[in-house]
Each structure stands twice: as C-alpha cells, then as structure tokens.
Design a protein around this ligand. Structure first.
Ligand code: ZN
Length: 276
C-alpha cells in the first residue's frame, strides 16, 4: 500500500510538472493558434500597377507589399499557414488573386491597400467586405486597425469590389490610410508604423471569431470580445451615380457640406482605389 501511495504521488507530481511545462512553453507564451486556417494575404497592386492616383508621390504598391510581408511574419509566428498572392514587385491580375484565394479550403482572404485622393485633407482608415460571412473578419480587422492608428475612423463599408465579390471565403480589404494625406503618408513611410499596421491586422484575424453581435453592443467589451463595427452599405450606389459624382467634383463637395459630414458620400469620389 505505501508503495502504491508513493507511486501515485509521483505520478501526480509528474502530471503537474508536465502541465506547468506546457503552460510555460514558448508556444503558449507566443499564443500560437490551434486554428487550422490558411490566411491568404493580398498585397494590393504591383508591377506596372503602382496604385493610388496619377502623380502620387508615395508608391502604394511598395507600401502594401511591405505591410503584407510583415503581416505574413506576424501570422506565421502565431502558427497560421500563410499564402501570399504576391511576394515581390510583380503585377498579378485580380482574377488570379481571387483564384489563389479560392483554391484554399478553410481560408480567409486579407487585401492590404492604402487610399488616395486629390483632396489632401482626406484621411482615415476604412475596411471593406461584401459577403455576410466576411463581416466578423471586417469588424475585427477594422476594430484593431482603426483603434491602433492615429487616423480618423471612416468605418466598415460594404461594397462589391471584384476581389471581395468573387472570393468564396471570408474576405476583407483594409485601406490603411491615405498616402495623399501628409500626416498619414509620413506615418506609412516609417517601418515601425507599417509593423504596427501588420500587428493590428493580425489581431483582427485572431479576434474574428470573438466579434459580438449587434444585440450585445451595449455590453462592455472585454479583451476577449470585439464589438461589431457599424457599417455603411455602399452596394446600392449605381455606377452611373458614381460616374456623375466623379465628373462634377464641385457638385459633390457642395452636397457633402450640406449633408452633415457623410463620409459615405465623400468616399464615393474620394476613395480612388481602382483595385478594389
Ligand atoms: Zn489600392
């Protein structure tokens, strides 16, 4: 009996030690994911497609690639399988980007872009999604990126961009600020800020399953929950309307001033990201 008792005590001590080792292992400390998810990262533009607007000083394609590569490193360190639609300065057609995304099962698609407009004062972070399945991901990515950036929050927006419409996995497109805005452009040109953007996008990827529903927005968000971000539906804007607002810049500006700061109507002509 005493021998058995001893053995049991040794067994219990061994089990406890194993548990302690498990909890203190580097894997546990770095919060490695147990998710079996592939993250397809899409760096906007590339090659002859510089992104942005004509004459833009800061090249969007270089900024998106750098943030995408940093995002890959952050997510890979957390244990995610990561695929890049491009990993160098090459042009990849939108259909190819979509085909890459759709070739993975149990995957999510994250497009990284920066915004541009002729109006230098325009700034802020906006996140786009199209399918309902993509809303939690858009909500979480936007919550972290807009929360971590010193820029205005332009909201989560639903719009039928090609890469969002044609992908059959949860897909988001995050516009990480305006490169035509002097302050946001200066931030984007620092490696530490691009690293911060990558980390915030990664936090959104990790937190996408913790987005709380519309009914619980009154509850206090804990570190484990991400409040659902209110969004603007821009899918109802007809292409003729969009052309009209692009043509008559003055008219849109007047309209915007009269409509109490509607970022939605502004974005119709201010966001000039064609990729999307
Ligand atoms: Zn872009």
């Amino acid at each position: 009996m005493p021998t058995n008792f001893c053995r049991r005590r040794w067994y219990a001590a061994g089990l406890l030690a194993t548990l302690l080792i498990c909890f203190n292992s580097p894997a546990a400390k770095t919060n490695r994911t147990s998710e079996n998810v592939t993250v397809v990262i899409d760096a906007g533009h590339g090659g002859h497609d510089r992104g942005g607007i004509p004459g833009q000083r800061i090249s969007e394609k270089d900024m998106t690639l750098d943030v995408a590569q940093r995002l890959r490193n952050v997510l890979a360190a957390s244990g995610y399988r990561v695929v890049m639609t491009r990993d160098s300065d090459v042009f990849i057609p939108l259909a190819t980007r979509v085909a890459i995304a759709n070739s993975y099962r149990n995957a999510i698609f994250v497009c990284v872009h920066f915004n541009a407009t002729k109006r230098m004062g325009a700034g802020g972070i906006e996140t786009y999604f199209y399918s309902r399945d993509s809303l939690p991901l858009a909500s979480a990515v936007h919550y972290y990126v807009a929360g971590g950036a010193p820029s205005a929050n332009r909201g989560v927006r639903r719009r039928g961009y090609y890469v969002l419409r044609k992908t059959n996995i949860p897909a988001v497109l995050v516009e990480c600020g305006f490169l035509t805005n002097p302050t946001e452009g200066a931030y984007a040109q620092t490696a530490s800020y691009r690293q911060k953007l990558a980390e915030e996008i990664a936090a959104g990827v990790r937190g996408r399953n913790s987005v709380t529903g519309a009914l619980s927005t009154t509850r206090v968000a804990t570190s484990e929950t991400v409040p659902l971000q209110p969004y603007i539906d821009q899918t109802k804007v007809s292409s003729s309307e969009r052309r009209k607002s692009k043509r008559s810049h003055k008219k849109s500006t007047r309209k915007k001033k009269s409509s109490s700061k509607s970022t939605g109507s502004e974005a119709r002509y201010a966001s000039t990201d064609p990729e999307a």
